[in-house]
Write a protein that binds this ligand. Structure first.
Ligand code: M6R
Length: 635
């Protein structure tokens, strides 16, 4: 989704803005633009469609835009096609074709989000003489600010507040007013925005990665709040225009996390970071017993303890039912978690797509909790699902990767994955870190609820601790998957099948393949294929069976045989030492032996690699697949 940046200080702004936009490229975009105050009081706006490099070239790497205060934007089109007129920044006046300039730049702004009532507002503004040059809702928001600013001759904060009262929807807005050179104004509702400050500079961005090279001191501006940024100084205001104070926070993420460190793609780097992401995540809920902190990772030692993250045993004990709500891959984590939590802790778990949950009648059982899983913590549907649950008085837990994100701030309780910044659109390390944390949660819940005995509990904790090393060995053997991907690079369809948790892992494997290789693929519960979809199997169609659940193995193998009989090339991912596997399958990928409850976390890695190498074989943009955005902040 769109990325916004802002900078005010005492050195050239354009280069810093372009650098920030480059860090936000991963969010997905199709055009970009900058506005910078010139020293002479004028404001220069430059836009370009396509990749950011087009804007970089057009501005001579920012050098053609002198000035030390500016805003920038990468646009992921929602209202209006991706062309220069629709690209941000947008301004008060009209566009003059003759001079390729704007008639009035009193107010200039960039926006992430959606203004829902923009048509009604546009008509009103047109009645007041405003002329629109773009199809965007953003231009309406900027001109609405301009309208109040000029009509009532009020200051920027008052004009912004009037706009906030008038518009419906979501926004992270960064604005400049020509009468206030060197200042940036911001407003936020339900779209991500973070404000940073150093000694004599101030920054604004959709997320911290854009400013980590300059500062770690940040403010999380709240909903329906506005801000005024001066060099090294930030002031916050509520909807009444009263100045409010917001606590300063420190971003703990390592800046290196947002760099490729020698890997060709972020996705490959992030897959290799999985052992560490899973280890760090488990470490946050693993406590030593009677030994030194380091000993908790040694054989036989250590216990799970969620009290440090606000979920003491009494809280866990009180959970009698769960609803897991999420989108995309995070929903797949929920699907896998459902099997493990139900099996170990013996409580009913329902898994819902956030986009559906928010519009259905919610019937919550007694003593239930809603667990919202989200890497970014900003996904619009997941955030809304969280809010609805809270309004209904249901207890909520957020499971989030990004510190200080909206879900992290609004959930009653928060569990953090420790995956660090994830840049590739296709999630890998955040997914496995989420899975590891829900596994640990399930094990502790089962133990606290006395559904497993102490020996079984200890065994499971031991199994969890072995996952990071298993991940390392899996990644070491990636060569065979590269070969497989090259062999099937030209294939039309692929199918993933499995039962129980293996079905959930198949869903993720299928998404990994299609989102970055653009190859059609579907995942099915293995027993369901013959109810229609098997008609698509032709000679050589790859069918990938996930075979990590011993008690379901023979059943899934029978389903794979049904496909093979119809010409499929059958591939199996398994931890099983069962002669049937070699007998039936054309290609076997082995994963390290671990308890079946946790094997899904290992089985997904070959599937991630398959997606990656398929994309590379087809010469595609692995990290930034077409049409997709990393963080989906609109519904
Ligand atoms: O940030 P979230 O985890 O809430 O994002 C949810 C989905 O958009 C996300 O998991 C998406 O499906 C993945 N990027 C796909 O790899």
């Amino acid at each position: 989704m769109c990325g916004i940046v802002g900078f005010t200080g005492h050195r050239p702004a354009a280069g810093i803005l372009l650098e920030g936009l480059a860090k936000l490229e991963y969010r997905g975009y199709d055009s970009a633009g900058l506005a910078v105050y010139g020293g002479d009081g004028s404001v220069h706006v430059v836009k370009a469609t396509g990749k950011l490099k087009n804007l970089i070239e057009k501005t001579d790497n920012g050098r053609s835009l002198p000035g030390s205060c500016g805003i920038g934007h990468t646009r992921w089109a929602t209202h209006g096609e991706p062309n220069e007129k629709n690209a941000h920044p947008h301004v008060s006046g009209g566009f003059r074709e003759d001079s390729s300039d704007y008639s009035d730049t009193a107010v200039i702004g960039v926006h992430n989000g959606i203004i829902e009532n923009y048509e009604e507002l546009r008509e009103k503004l047109q009645r007041h003489g405003y002329v629109f040059y773009s199809d965007t809702d953003t231009e309406v928001a900027i001109k609405t600010v301009d309208y109040y600013y000029k009509k009532y001759k009020i200051g920027p904060i008052d004009a912004i507040n009037r706009m906030m009262v008038r518009v419906r929807g979501s926004y992270a807005l960064a604005l400049m007013f020509q009468d206030y050179p060197g200042e940036i104004y911001a407003a936020r509702k339900d779209s991500p925005m973070i404000i940073g400050v150093s000694d004599d500079e101030s920054f604004l961005a959709s997320d911290a990665t854009a400013m980590l090279g300059y500062t770690r001191e940040v403010y999380y501006i709240g909903n329906l709040q506005a801000a005024r940024l001066l060099p090294g100084e930030v002031h916050f205001f509520d909807l009444n225009g009263d100045e409010i104070s917001i606590p300063k926070a420190e971003v703990t993420w390592d800046e290196k996390g947002a760099e490729k460190n020698g890997y060709e793609h972020f996705m490959m780097k992030e897959m290799h970071e999985q052992p560490e992401a899973v280890r760090a995540t488990l470490d946050s809920v693993l406590r030593e017993e009677r030994m030194s902190p380091a000993a908790k990772w040694s054989f036989g030692a250590g216990t799970l303890d969620f009290s440090g993250v606000g979920l003491p045993d009494e809280y866990l004990e009180s959970i009698d039912a769960m609803t897991i709500v999420a989108c995309g891959s995070a929903w797949h984590v929920g699907m896998a978690a459902q099997y493990v939590i139900e099996e170990l802790a013996e409580i009913p778990v329902r898994v819902e797509l956030a986009s559906e949950y928010r519009y259905r009648k919610i019937l919550s059982p007694a003593n239930a909790v809603v667990l919202v899983i989200s890497q970014s913590g900003e996904t619009a549907d997941s955030l809304e699902a969280l809010r609805i649950s809270k309004q209904m008085g249901i207890r909520t837990i957020g499971l989030v990767n990004v510190e200080g994100s909206s879900i992290a701030r609004e959930a009653d309780k928060i569990l953090y994955t420790k995956a660090g910044p994830e840049i590739a659109v296709a999630t890998t390390k955040a997914y496995t870190a989420q899975l590891a944390l829900v596994y640990a949660f399930a094990v502790r819940l089962a133990f606290v609820k006395k559904k497993i005995d102490e020996d079984t509990y200890r065994k499971y904790v031991q199994e969890l601790k072995s996952l990071p090393d298993h991940l390392t060995s899996l990644l070491d053997g990636k060569g065979r998957i590269q070969w497989l991907a090259a062999k099937y690079a030209g294939t039309k369809d692929a199918f993933f099948i499995g039962r129980g948790q293996d079905y959930a892992i198949g869903l993720e494997g299928s998404l990994k393949l299609k989102e970055i290789s653009y190859m059609h693929s579907e995942a099915y519960a293995a027993g369901e294929l013959k109810h229609g979809t098997i008609s698509l199997i032709e000679d050589g169609t790859p069918v990938i069976g996930i075979l990590t659940q011993e008690r379901l193995l023979e059943k899934t193998i029978s389903n794979l045989k049904e496909c093979k009989t119809r010409g499929a090339y059958v591939i199996g991912i398994t931890n099983a030492e069962n002669p049937l596997v070699e007998e039936c399958l054309d290609f076997v990928l082995r994963i390290p032996a671990t308890d079946d409850h946790f094997a899904g976390l290992l089985a997904v890695v070959p599937l991630q690699l398959l997606g990656y190498y398929s994309s590379v074989s087809r010469g595609l943009d692995v990290d930034k697949p077409r049409n997709l955005a990393k963080s989906v902040t609109v519904e």
